[in-house]
Design a protein around this ligand. Sequence first.
Ligand code: SAM
Length: 187
Amino acid sequence: MNPPELTEQVLRLLRDSSASLPDLAEAVVEEVVAPLLAERDRLRAAIGVTTLAGRIRFTQGEAVTAIADLDGSGIEEEVMLFVDPPYLREGNRLYANGMTEDEHRQLAQVLNTSPARWLLTYDDEDVVAQVLYPHRRVLAYQIPNTANRARIATEHAVLSDNLWLPQETVLLPGSSSAWVREHPVAA
Ligand SMILES: C[S@@+](CC[C@H](N)C(=O)[O-])C[C@H]1O[C@@H](n2cnc3c(N)ncnc32)[C@H](O)[C@@H]1O
């Protein structure tokens, strides 16, 4: 509905109604404001999907190589990586393709030197902050986990130094988070 149509509809409601002011206000909200809000939400969702659609590329393959290949590609500073490797504790039991300790180390090596922005999630093993990512920020957060058995699990998110989070301590809406390491550590 464009502005003149909107004005016309509000005026029609006021003109045709013998209702009290509160009833009129309610009618305006129901007949004019609510449909506009619904339309705004529909458009926002549609614009979000179409805007992103052209920027999403699916590839299948070895993550460590794909991340390393970003370096010098010319797009590395535009890229945001969400890295969700198999869990350290149970990953090799849950997925057809698990990762060896050495592969977890290779992944850390390539991420720790990547110019891209990235967010990595793991289970809450000390080795994440202490051995694999000793210089990066690490945030512990609560998450409903159904991968193995239904429970609230604590996971660790590791953040590249160049990643800015709008609300650092709310990684997931409605879930609490706490820093394991709040600031990057100089190498
Ligand atoms: C925790 S799951 C990711 C789940 C995914 N984020 C989702 O929400 O569906 C880890 C995945 O990493 C895959 N994977 C294991 N080793 C890999 C590797 N070297 N390169 C790329 N993917 C690998 C596994 O097959 C598994 O699907």
